[in-house]
Ligand binder design. Sequence first.
Ligand SMILES: *Cc1c(COP(=O)(O)O)cnc(C)c1O
Length: 230
Amino acid sequence: MTTIAENLQNIRTRINDAAQRAGRDGDAVRLVAVSKRVPLERLQEAVDAGQRLFGENYLQEAELKIKALGPGVEWHFIGHLQSNKAKIAAGLFGVVETVDRLKLAIALDRHLAGTGKRLPVLLQVNVGREVQKSGVLPEDAEALLRQVNELPNLAVHGLMAMPPFFESGEEVRPYFRQLRELADAFVEQGLLGQHGPLELSMGMSGDFEVAVEEGATLVRVGTALFGERL
Ligand SMILES: *Cc1c(COP(=O)(O)O)cnc(C)c1O
């Protein structure tokens, strides 16, 4: 069995190679270590190996880990977020990647008022139009983006997607491309990119190299880093 340090190194090499194939700079791609249902000791191992960015899906679980690992670690929320949990999420996470409806955005914005914190968020787009998945439909994304852009305590940095599952990463490519083209169109319209470099969160263990080739700036990798989840 490989160690987490070895897995990290292997994933980083694969990210850099994929970036190079696409004529991109590998440093423009950050690895989000997806640590849901992964025990704290394994996260600590990753921190010791230099990993500083983690993604969590469940608030209660995340809260414990965030407290335990302490400062110097950055956390992204990547799960489905209920509006009534917006306050907790806004306080715990550096980025919420899964804003997919106005009600949730308004709840986050309201809880941030007066804190002096402007929360970076991504809009989650349901590029595969799957009924069981969260995310705004591609054709509704522009309207949502325009509305969220009006909220003073949120800053939309980009888009996030979780495409349909395929055995081969290559089959996911059109969905990654679709997300990038959507984001590019928004940048063109002046609706995105005003808060710094555009972020595209896409790609998981089975397909992150394809995602990097298609422009991902954040890849969310769990299994390939930590092994199978419990
Ligand atoms: C679990 C999860 C991942 C990581 O999936 P792996 O296949 O284990 O790499 C990425 N993104 C989201 C939103 C997830 O829930």
